[in-house]
Design a protein around this ligand. Structure first.
Ligand code: ADP
Length: 190
């Protein structure tokens, strides 16, 4: 993968990479899932295919037991055959569902903020790889997406949880244009 941007805040490195998220050698890969945790397209399908049947099976069992995963919330499954240990699934907002674009922005912020705390508190993860949540099929303009992901990351690194384990936060984009926008927004933010 090509590493484009690195910043460090209180021992936590923040980077932007162009590459395939499913191949990252990190503790946690984040999935931009839908509420039914049905991994049929985009990065969700890529993760489901790379990891194997285990991911969809555990996801479906979760929905049967707990119901759908609300926008902005997080749960995790194993990672199957991927190099990472866990997949944290979160649900971003859909651009077209909200006339009020501030709602989209706050839900996207909340999704990543919850994911980072989940990774640190529940999974004691050291490293995490994150896609451009909501910037694909869900239609959020990439600059708006990147700004909210920056704001949530800044909030996390400025006041990390007690005994924080996270040291390596990576944003990984398979699409070159999305990645360029991320590099632009992330540069100078950390
Ligand atoms: P959403 O439905 O939340 O919009 P998508 O899965 O459609 O999520 O897309 C989120 C982003 O993930 C898009 O920018 C897409 O290009 C990107 N993406 C798709 N596959 C991969 C992958 N294997 N690695 C990294 N990013 C990916």
């Amino acid at each position: 993968d090509e590493k484009h941007f690195v910043g460090t805040v209180s021992d936590i490195t923040i980077s932007v990479y162009e590459g395939d998220l499913t191949q990252e050698k990190v503790d946690v890969v984040v999935n931009a899932a839908n509420e039914r945790l049905y991994h049929a397209g985009g990065v969700a399908l890529a993760i489901s295919e790379a990891g194997g049947q285990k991911i969809q099976k555990e996801s479906s069992e979760y929905v049967t037991k707990h119901g759908t995963l609300p926008i902005g919330q997080a749960m995790h499954t194993g990672a199957g055959k991927m190099p990472c240990k866990y997949v944290i699934h979160t649900v971003g907002p859909k651009w077209k569902d909200h006339a009020d674009k501030e709602t989209v922005q706050s839900q996207l912020y909340e999704a990543l903020f919850n994911v980072l705390h989940y990774a640190a508190n529940r999974l004691k993860a050291r490293s995490i790889a994150i896609p451009a949540i909501s910037a694909g099929i869900y239609g959020v303009p990439v600059d708006i997406c990147a700004v909210q992901l920056v704001l949530a990351t800044q909030k996390f690194v400025q006041s990390p949880p007690a005994n924080n384990t996270l040291r390596d936060i990576r944003f990984v984009n398979i699409d070159g244009q999305i990645n360029s926008a991320f590099v632009r927004v992330f540069s100078g933010s950390f």
